[in-house]
Design a protein around this ligand. Structure first.
Ligand SMILES: Nc1nc2c(c(=O)[nH]1)N=C([C@H](O)[C@H](O)COP(=O)(O)OP(=O)(O)OP(=O)(O)O)CN2
Ligand SMILES: [Zn+2]
Length: 118
C-alpha cells in the first residue's frame, strides 16, 4: 500500500549555475509543494501504513528550515533546483521515515522533480 502526504512552503531562491541571461539567475520566489510517498503493509490494528501525524512530526522541522527562507542560504542547497531540493529532503527524511519511497518537489503546478534514492 502507498500513502502520500503533501506539504507546502514559500521560499526565495536563485539558480547560480544558469547563465546570467536566464531569468532564474535572479532572486525570485515560489510556492513549493512537497509530496512524501511511503509504502508498506497496512497495520491490521491501526489500519495505517504510517500515521500521517508521524509523517508530519518527522518532516515538520525540515519544513521549518525551508519555509520563508532563502534556499541558497541553507547548508546543502547552494544550487536549489527542484531536483536538488528533492535529494536534500530525501537524504534528511529517509532515516526518520524508512517507509519513504518517493519525494516530489513542485516548483509550480506544472513543473516538479521526483526522487526515490536513485
Ligand atoms: N529542470 C529544472 N529546470 C528549471 C528549474 C528546476 O528546478 N529544474 N527551475 C527553474 C526556475 O526556478 C524557474 O523559476 C521556474 O519557475 P518559473 O520561471 O516561474 O516557471 P513558470 O513555468 O511558472 O513560468 P511562467 O512565469 O508561468 O511562464 C527553471 N528551470
Ligand atoms: Zn525558481
Amino acid at each position: 500500500m502507498k500513502i502520500t502526504q503533501s506539504f507546502t512552503f514559500e521560499a526565495a531562491h536563485h539558480l547560480p549555475n544558469v547563465p546570467q541571461t536566464h531569468r532564474c539567475h535572479r532572486m525570485h520566489g515560489h510556492s513549493y509543494r512537497v509530496e512524501l510517498q511511503l509504502e508498506g503493509p497496512v497495520d491490521p490494528q491501526s489500519g495505517f501504513v504510517v500515521d500521517f501525524f508521524d509523517v508530519e512530526k518527522a518532516f515538520g522541522p525540515l519544513l521549518s528550515q525551508l519555509d520563508h527562507h532563502t534556499l541558497n542560504d541553507i547548508e546543502g542547497l547552494k544550487n536549489p533546483t527542484a531536483e536538488n531540493i528533492s535529494i536534500w529532503i530525501w537524504e534528511r527524511t529517509k532515516p526518520l521515515l524508512p517507509q519513504l519511497v518517493q519525494v516530489r518537489v513542485f516548483e509550480t503546478s506544472m513543473c516538479w522533480a521526483e526522487y526515490d534514492g536513485q
